[in-house]
Ligand binder design. Structure first.
Ligand SMILES: [Zn+2]
Ligand SMILES: [Zn+2]
Length: 315
């Protein structure tokens, strides 16, 4: 199904579906499966981007959504920022919006949540600068006054609106999605330098700002929980460099413990595509080897690291 066909179906049928029972309604699966699949086909980087759609939980949502999440930035639609398609209340159209997760902002700001969301949205838009040219920046109008939808209205960083009666062609929808993915990537890649942590870890001392940014990007890739779990399942729990196994040495407290190491050289991280295939782009190392490989000249070459530092030392 094309994005055009999927969104048309959603806008034509959602209002009607809402008047019917939620359980086993085909519209729920269109939101959970068909539309995310159509979007995922364009995004075409399943290890980095996750596409989720929600018709509501147990009952119809006032504002159904389909989100594109960058795993480098966020693991759920409750936090961070991401792309999201939002149907407005009367189904007269749908927004594609670069928007913010609401749950963690609510926990932090309570009654001031809307104010915090709109302030943060302005800050994000300022960082995008002229890249948002021609887009709608600031609050959007979903036609709701309360609930999650109202927070999404304030959280929008930039957006484009597609009226049901004049839904653009597939080419335009795809081009817009790709443009928004570019904006999303721009924010994620430039964030670490702007909102960098203030505390410095041991392996970061003395690095040039550009190298520090890359090292932190590398760590962020490796610390993504879902991705790291997949890497460990595929590569096992024994250090590829030295053969150390936490379970063997420490017993049950060491079960399933190992560190994921991303194999892209740090110098190449500064590009627009970071590959995150758990099988090809990662290895697993014990904590010592992981620290040491980063200090060595073989950051992305585990075999050579092993040959020089492990095999030789033991011989
Ligand atoms: Zn090791
Ligand atoms: Zn690493």
């Amino acid at each position: 199904m094309s994005i055009h066909a999927a969104l048309s179906l959603l806008l034509e049928e959602y209002a009607n579906a809402k008047s019917q029972a939620f359980a086993k309604n085909p519209m729920a699966d269109i939101l959970r499966v068909d539309i995310p699949n159509a979007i995922a086909a364009v995004v075409s980087d399943p290890f980095r981007y996750e596409v989720d759609g929600s018709p509501g939980k147990g009952r119809w949502a006032d504002i159904p959504w389909i989100a594109v999440l960058d795993r480098l930035k966020t693991e759920t639609a409750q936090q961070g920022y991401y792309l999201v398609y939002l149907v407005n209340d009367d189904c007269s159209g749908i927004y594609l919006s670069l928007n913010q997760g609401v749950t963690t902002v609510r926990q932090e700001y309570g009654a001031s949540t809307k104010h915090a969301l709109s302030t943060r949205a302005m800050d994000f838009a300022a960082r995008l600068g002229s890249l948002t040219k021609g887009l709608h920046c600031g609050p959007i109008d979903l036609g709701v006054k309360s609930g999650l939808g109202a927070d999404y209205q304030q959280g929008s960083i930039c957006a484009v609106f597609y009226p049901r009666t004049t839904l653009p062609t597939e080419e335009v929808l795809v081009a817009d999605l790709q443009r928004f993915l570019g904006l999303y990537r721009h924010l994620v890649e430039n964030e670490s330098s702007l909102y960098g942590r203030t505390e410095t870890e041991d392996d970061e001392v003395g690095l040039e700002p550009e190298n520090l940014k890359r090292l932190r990007e590398h760590k962020r890739i490796e610390r993504n929980r879902k991705l790291a779990q997949k890497v460990k399942k595929l590569h096992g729990y024994t250090c590829v460099a030295c053969g150390f196994n936490f379970l063997k040495t420490y017993g049950s407290i060491g079960a399933d413990f190992i560190e994921a190491h991303h194999l892209t050289p740090l110098s190449e991280l500064q590009g627009d595509v970071v590959h995150l295939d758990p099988r090809k782009d990662f290895s697993v190392l014990c904590s010592n080897c992981h620290r040491m490989i980063h200090r060595s000249e073989f950051v992305n070459r585990v075999e050579e690291f092993r040959a020089k530092y492990i095999v030789k030392v033991k011989a």
